[in-house]
Design a protein. Structure first.
Length: 344
């Protein structure tokens, strides 16, 4: 048993630091001593939009650290390994892991296969052989941290939409996931690549990551149609999780195009689909963060080879002891905040 300081949900809309006990790792589990974590938009939803989640719930699902203890049956990792944990646990052997994607692992009860407790001094991971990846020595913690969730999710939005070189893409909202989708669209050769954003700091990062155009959300559909000669884009990515943004994506996509949704619609019980002319002959896809060891290894290799650079997403660094203030800064997007690296 190990006692650690961890960020927990303190009640609706509140987090706090508390001490919790972590058991010794069981079969397939490892304990990771955290060296870096971060706050995700999903953490805000867990804090604010799900009152049924109890106080005391350990927070955080994106973590980098050192393997501290190893349970029986773990073959690929040992004490002392520097690793990144996927935000979603996956067994690697169930039908869903083998034929769909490890993110929808039935053994770990997807979509509730989330890691909990990464915003702490240490956290536990199940099915470690399929949920962790070793980090190359050439990659910093703050780069590796992004493959745990946002980078994989953003790239997934582009991949599931089937973007081909030369196709037009619009990414609605340039938060952490939207910026990752912009980076993914650039990697896969999108042209033009249109970012929808009004916050100056995020506009600047979007351009740095490859956006050829940036348009204001208030006039996004009209400006996208103008850029694409009235046809609309091949792919519109919804990365905000709002009804209006989803509708705008539908209206900005051309016939035969794809609306690719990775927004988390916390507090929204249902989406409505516009049934005007934008309703016909489109494809709508949704993506849950592509997961598993192999997925993270692929993204780490792209970073290691210099093919992508996600480092501009990390705009702030704070200590675990300041996690309550960090949540406030992240939620309010203060001082150009996109992602906060949380050090122990």
């Amino acid at each position: 048993m190990t006692n650690v300081q961890t960020c927990v949900k303190a009640g609706p809309g509140r987090v706090a630091l508390a001490r919790i006990d972590l058991p010794d790792p069981g079969p397939g589990q490892v304990m990771i001593r955290t060296t870096l974590s971060t706050i995700c938009g999903s953490d805000l939803h867990l804090r604010d939009d799900f009152p049924e989640l109890p106080a005391g719930l350990p927070m955080g699902h994106e973590g980098v650290g050192i393997v501290e203890a190893v349970g029986s049956g773990v073959e690929r990792f040992k004490r002392g390994d520097r690793v990144v944990s996927c935000c979603l646990q996956s067994c690697g052997t169930c039908e869903e892991c083998k034929t769909v994607d490890p993110c929808v692992c039935s053994t770990h009860g997807a979509p509730m296969n989330l890691i909990f407790g990464a915003q702490g001094e240490a956290f536990m991971v199940g099915s470690a052989d399929h949920t962790l990846a070793k980090i190359p020595s050439s990659i910093r913690d703050r780069e590796a941290l992004l493959v745990a969730d946002v980078l994989s999710t953003g790239f997934g939005a582009i991949e599931r939409a089937g973007v081909k070189p030369g196709q037009s893409v619009a990414v609605f909202a340039q938060g952490p996931v939207g910026l990752s989708a912009t980076l993914g669209a650039k990697y896969y050769g999108a042209e033009p690549l249109i970012a929808v954003e009004s916050v100056p700091a995020r506009v600047a990062i979007a351009k740095r990551l490859g956006a050829t155009h940036v348009v204001d959300p208030a006039n996004a559909v009209q400006e996208i149609l103008a850029i694409t000669d009235g046809k609309g884009v091949h792919v519109a990515v919804e990365a905000l999780g709002k009804q209006q943004t989803f509708e705008n994506c539908c209206r900005a996509v051309r016939f035969g195009g794809v609306v690719s949704s990775v927004g988390v619609y916390g507090g929204i019980p249902a989406l409505s689909l516009p049934t005007d002319g934008t309703f016909f002959h489109r494809t709508i896809v949704t993506t849950f963060c592509p997961a598993g060891t192999r997925r993270m290894q692929q993204l780490l290799e792209l970073i290691d080879r210099g093919r992508i650079d996600p480092s501009p997403l990390v705009t702030h660094t704070m200590k675990l002891g300041d996690i309550v203030a960090a949540y406030d800064i992240f939620a309010a997007r203060k001082d150009g905040c996109v992602k906060i690296a949380i050090e122990p």
